[in-house]
Design a protein around this ligand. Structure first.
Ligand SMILES: [Zn+2]
Length: 296
């Protein structure tokens, strides 16, 4: 069990300083047992950046196929909607001093000196990842607690994809939200993003480009701090030259192989390769046997 004092010491050794502006992402399971769990970790992080510091995290919420089902149409997202991003994001959402994006889906959550400035203007009209662009502009850093395989990316690659105008063809998805007049309306996802499993390809370039500010361990987890203006500059430079650089190496990844304007495959190819064969394998004879159950 890592107690609060040890946690504070490890964060300081990693390079977290009072006054820091940090985008934090953590895998609690990678950290191992921490005193107070996710709440204890948040307390230690807030202590480490102090009253002049700011913590930001991605606290995005689920969205659903459009047109929405009757069940999904009843859900109206607001600043307290739980995030799928994990325990730390959700204890931040529950914190009395938190500010949360008014963006209906890509909801950032922030606590500290710059929280309101960063998050209050993140509205349905804003670019989905704009808070991260502004953090980079303000000299903020990305704090990752957990291995790169489990916590992919360094907070800037989706920003770069959108700044470069990359486009994705995706099925329509959305949520209901309350607009500034109080009316409940549909908001549809309208940005590029998707698969981040290939983002670790940037790591050697970040190393060469001096983006790593700190590396070490927090609890049982590998931890790193990267300068977001550096990683964003590298992302922009690399992706302007080679838009496919971020693709993961899973041949069945629809997001990478099909969805982008510059993806190598078509939806028809994908269906023939990955959708129809399993359907065929579930042919009538098999289906009949499956329904009959295991009666020998
Ligand atoms: Zn992928």
């Amino acid at each position: 069990m890592v107690d609060a004092a040890v946690l504070r010491g490890q964060l300081a050794a990693l390079g977290v300083r009072p006054g820091d502006l940090l985008v934090v992402k953590a895998s609690l399971s990678a950290l191992g047992p921490v005193e107070g769990g996710a709440k204890g970790l948040l307390r230690a992080l807030l202590d480490a950046v102090g009253p002049d510091g700011t913590l930001v995290t991605l606290a995005f919420v689920d969205c659903y196929p459009v047109p929405l089902s009757r069940e999904h149409a009843r859900l109206v997202t607001d600043e307290r909607t739980p995030s799928y991003a994990g325990a730390l994001a959700n204890v931040m959402v529950g914190h009395p001093a938190m500010r949360r994006s008014r963006h209906p889906i890509q909801k950032f959550c922030a606590i500290g000196r710059l929280a309101a400035e960063l998050v209050d203007n993140h509205t349905p009209a804003s670019p989905a990842y704009d808070v991260l662009r502004r953090v980079a502009e303000l000299g903020g850093r990305h704090l990752k607690l957990g291995p790169d395989e489990r916590v992919p990316g360094f907070g800037t690659t989706h920003v770069a994809q959108n700044l470069l105008g990359f486009r994705q063809r995706l099925p329509r998805r959305g949520v209901m939200f309350r607009d500034e007049t109080g009316a409940v309306r549909l908001f549809e996802a309208n940005w590029a993003g998707g698969c981040s499993r290939g983002f670790n390809s940037f790591i050697p370039l970040y190393e060469r480009g001096g983006a790593f500010v700190g590396r070490g361990r927090v609890g049982d987890a590998e931890a790193s701090i990267t300068g977001m203006n550096r990683t964003l500059a590298i992302d922009l430079e690399v992706l302007a030259r080679d838009p496919r650089f971020f693709f993961c190496n899973d041949p069945s990844c629809y997001s990478c192989r099909v969805s982008w304007d510059f993806s190598p495959r078509t939806p028809r190819w994908y269906a023939a390769r990955y959708v129809l064969p399993p359907l065929r394998a579930l042919g009538l004879g098999r289906l009949r046997r499956a329904l009959r159950g295991n009666r020998g």
